[in-house]
Design a binder for this molecule. Structure first.
Ligand SMILES: [Zn+2]
Length: 226
């Protein structure tokens, strides 16, 4: 791994900073393997080392506990300069999407906005990280359905409890508002992606404000180091 990748991880990636020496080496190896297996392409955007490192970090953080993990459903990440709309136009009127996991002809492709990707790591306390959001969708999608239930990593016995807490929290958000990003109340898939951002960016805050959700997410991601 290039030396400057380690410097970038050390400077910007909180999850990496908190690992011990052995853990850091493991993380670096996972980043290296990810970047060797997935193509990262700029679409009217110049992809720099910092973008490659951030995309790989967003991929590895949620599955760090699963040492043999591979994103078999991802071949390419397209990096757009800014936000885009549902037709992948970069300069239409409705330009609000900062990341997307492809379907149909775009199967196995992720699109991410370079600006949002960087903000996700540079601002590491606002409970938002677009890369982690999109990789949570990919993990969720791996069992065949993007429904907020990541059956590939969540043991069957916990599924009813997880569905229950998702539905209850979404209903509470709709009724009373929340410190959880309201986009998470869109549906179960978005809830899982949004709460994953929160969990990996502000585990301390999630633990104090939503202890039951926090415990379930620890179970889902087997996150012993959080
Ligand atoms: Zn989403």
């Amino acid at each position: 791994m290039p030396e400057n990748y380690k410097i970038l991880l050390n400077d910007y990636v909180k999850f990496y900073q908190q690992l011990d020496k052995e853990g850091k080496e493991k993380f670096e190896e996972r980043v290296r393997l990810f970047l060797a297996s997935v193509q990262i392409t700029g679409a009217n955007a110049i992809v720099e080392d910092i973008d490659r490192v951030f995309i790989a970090a967003g991929a590895i953080i949620p599955v760090y506990a699963f040492s043999d993990w591979q994103y078999v459903n991802l071949h390419e990440v397209l990096v757009y300069p800014g936000t885009f709309n549902e037709d992948f136009d970069q300069d239409g009127l409705n330009r609000s999407i900062s990341g997307m996991v492809g379907t149909g002809a775009m199967q196995n492709v992720m699109i991410i906005s370079k600006w949002q990707l960087r903000q996700g790591f540079i601002n590491n306390s606002d409970k938002r990280n677009t890369a982690i959001h999109e990789f949570a969708h990919l993990i969720d999608k791996m069992d065949g359905t993007m429904d907020g239930i990541p059956e590939i990593i969540l043991e069957r016995q916990y599924i009813p409890r997880w569905v229950n807490i998702m539905n209850t929290t979404i209903q509470q958000m709709k009724n009373y508002g929340s410190d959880i990003d309201m986009y998470g109340a869109t549906n179960q898939a978005e809830f899982f992606a949004v709460i994953s951002e929160y969990f990996f960016e502000r585990p301390d805050l999630l633990k104090s404000s939503h202890p039951e959700l926090y415990e379930m997410l620890r179970e889902i991601f087997k996150a012993g180091t959080q």
